[in-house]
Design a protein around this ligand. Sequence first.
Ligand code: SF4
Length: 201
Amino acid sequence: MSEKKGVMNAVSITPTEVIEYLFCPRFIYFEQVLMIPEHQELRYKVLMGREVHERKVKVNREYVRKKIGCVDKEISVYLSSLKHKIRGVVDEVLSFSDGTMAPLEYKFAEYRPYIFKTHRSQLTLEALLIQENYEKPVKKGFLVYVRSKNLLREVVFKPSDFDNATRIIEEILRIVQNGYYPKKTGSRAKCIDCCYKNICV
Ligand code: SF4
């Protein structure tokens, strides 16, 4: 999922902002409230799963589609939600014969035996977008790990995933709209290379 990077719409959260929030909530504050631009070369690599790389990777989408068993799919679909205050481009929107739908995301990453919180949150946001725009149930999503020979991983959504996604959106809006100064990240190791470490007190 990607989006046009730029000025944040007051009522619309993008996946990048969610990923930044999960890395450290203060990123959002410094970047969006104080308007201090980040220096990307100094940032932690987890934020750098830059989708631009993914776009350059050729993936056999037909193979992936057959493996999943979907009956239809749309590629690079821009969706927005006034209700949830989010927007973004879903790599693939899949339809299944049982009437359900699912998002699929390509990750320029190697497979790990667990799902990154950022990846799960991103998929969950996409599920909310699909549910609202297509009015179909979304029970699962898919991740394709490009650097592990396009390994496919299914993610079954739990109610807590939707609760967490809603909470994250509310907290980002609180920072951006109300100027709320959030707590530091719980992982101080992230501060070592952070471009904001000299002003973050
Ligand atoms: S210095 Fe640490 S707490 Fe402050 S913005 Fe950077 S990562 Fe977050």
